[in-house]
Design a protein around this ligand. Structure first.
Ligand code: UDP
Ligand code: MG
Length: 321
C-alpha cells in the first residue's frame, strides 16, 4: 500500500569510507515499504574515499542524493545542509556509523503518523562506551540544563525525525554556531522522545575528537545562555564583600597592633586569586564577543562544491528566505 508520502533521510559523513556501503544496505532494509524515499548523503569534506563510495551508491538512482561540501564544516553544519535541501514530507537525520540503529526508523515514522511533528531520540549507551565518554556526556547535559533554560534530555542524539512544516522554519535560523540538540527542544511543536540502544561504531573511529567535543560543549552552552556572563557579577560581588571584611581586619591590625608588616602571604594569595578570576571572566566575555564577531559576518554555514541536487547556480542557502 502506497501512502504517497516521501521521507528524506539525511546522513552526514566524514571519512566513513569503510562502513558506508554496509550502512547503506542496512538502512534501506529498514525503510518501510509504503513510503517514497530520498536519501541525502552529505560529504563533510572527507579526506578519504567517502565521496567515491557515495557516488557509487548514487549511480543512476535519482532517490539517492549527495551534497559534497567544500571542506570539513563539522557535523552540525553538515546536518544543516541536509535539512536545507530535504524535500520529503519529513526528514530523518542519522549517523553513518550504525550507532543510530536504522531498525528504530519505523518507530520514528509511527510516532510521526500519530501526529508528532518532532520525534527526538535519546540513547542508552552501549556497555562498551568508554567511561570518560559516558561521564563527560552526563556532565555536559547536566551543565546544559543548569545554564540554559532548555529541557535537554540526557543522551539526546542527532538522530531524529522532523516534519517538513518544522523544517521550513528551521531553515530560517541564521545562526552560525549551530547546536541542534538545543534548538530543536526550544522550537516547541508536538515533540516526543524515543529511546534506543546505541550500537558500537561499525568501522573507523569517532570523528568527535576530545577537541571537537570541547568546542561543541562550549558552543552548546554559549549559544543558549548568557548565564556564564552573570557569573562575573556574582563572583565580583562575593569578592568585594570578602575584600570589605578583610579591609576591616587590616585596619584593626594597623591601628591596634604593631604587627602591620606581616601578611605577605595573604597579599600574594589575594593578588593571584583576584587576577585569576579576572582572567577567567575576561575569557568568558571574550568567548561571547568572539561569537558576536563571527555571527556578524553572516557567512554561510557551509559551501557546496558538488551535488546532484538541482541547485546550481549557487544560491544563498543560508537563510532561504
Ligand atoms: N561527522 C561529520 N562531520 C564531522 C564529524 C562527524 O559529518 O566533522 C559525521 C560522522 O561521519 C558521523 C556523525 O557525524 O556520521 C557522528 O560522528 P561520530 O560517529 O564520529 O561521533 P560519535 O558518535 O563518536 O559522537
Ligand atoms: Mg558515532
Amino acid at each position: 500500500m502506497d501512502s504517497g508520502k516521501k521521507i528524506s533521510v539525511i546522513v552526514p559523513c566524514f571519512n566513513e569510507e569503510e562502513g558506508l556501503e554496509t550502512f547503506h544496505q542496512t538502512l534501506i532494509r529498514f525503510l518501510p515499504d509504503q513510503y517514497h524515499y530520498e536519501i541525502i548523503y552529505v560529504n563533510d569534506g572527507s579526506t578519504d574515499r567517502t565521496l567515491q563510495v557515495i557516488l557509487n551508491l548514487t549511480g543512476n538512482n535519482p532517490a539517492i542524493r549527495y551534497i559534497s561540501l567544500s571542506r570539513n564544516f563539522g557535523h552540525q553544519n553538515a546536518l544543516k545542509a541536509g535539512y536545507d535541501f530535504a524535500s520529503g514530507d519529513c526528514a530523518i537525520s542519522i549517523d553513518a556509523d550504525l550507532q543510530h540503529p536504522p531498525a528504530v526508523i519505523p518507530e520514528l515514522i509511527r510516532k510521526w503518523e500519530e501526529g508528532f511533528e518532532i520525534v527526538n531520540t535519546s540513547r542508552n549507551d552501549h556497555p562498551n562506551t568508554t567511561y570518560t565518554k559516558a561521564i563527560s556526556s552526563r556532565l555536559f547535559y547536566q551543565l546544559m540544563r543548569k545554564l540554559s533554560d532548555i529541557e535537554i534530555e540526557n543522551g539526546m542524539a542527532d538522530f531524529r525525525l522532523i516534519d517538513q512544516k518544522v523544517l521550513q522554519q528551521l531553515k530560517l535560523f541564521p545562526e552560525n554556531f549551530l547546536f541542534f540538540r538545543g534548538i530543536i527542544p526550544w522550537m516547541g511543536f508536538k515533540q516526543t522522545i524515543v529511546q534506543f540502544n546505541a550500537n558500537e561504531r561499525l568501522a573507523g573511529s569517532t570523528k568527535y575528537t576530545l577537541r571537537k567535543m570541547l568546542k561543541f560543549a562550549v558552543t552548546g552552552i554559549t549559544a543558549f545562555s548568557v548565564k556564564p556572563l552573570r557569573l562575573s557579577i556574582y563572583l565580583g560581588s562575593a569578592f568585594a564583600f570578602l575584600a570589605f571584611l578583610y579591609g576591616l581586619y587590616v585596619t584593626y591590625i594597623y591601628v591596634y597592633t604593631d604587627k602591620a608588616i606581616t601578611g605577605w602571604t595573604s597579599i600574594i594569595l589575594s593578588i593571584l586569586l583576584v587576577g585569576g578570576i579576572n582572567l577567567l571572566m575576561l575569557g568568558i566575555i571574550g568567548e561571547y564577543l568572539g561569537k558576536l564577531f563571527m555571527e556578524n559576518k553572516r557567512r554561510p554555514n557551509y559551501l557546496i562544491s558538488e551535488t546532484n541536487l538541482d541547485i546550481f547556480p549557487a544560491q544563498n542557502h543560508r537563510t532561504n528566505i
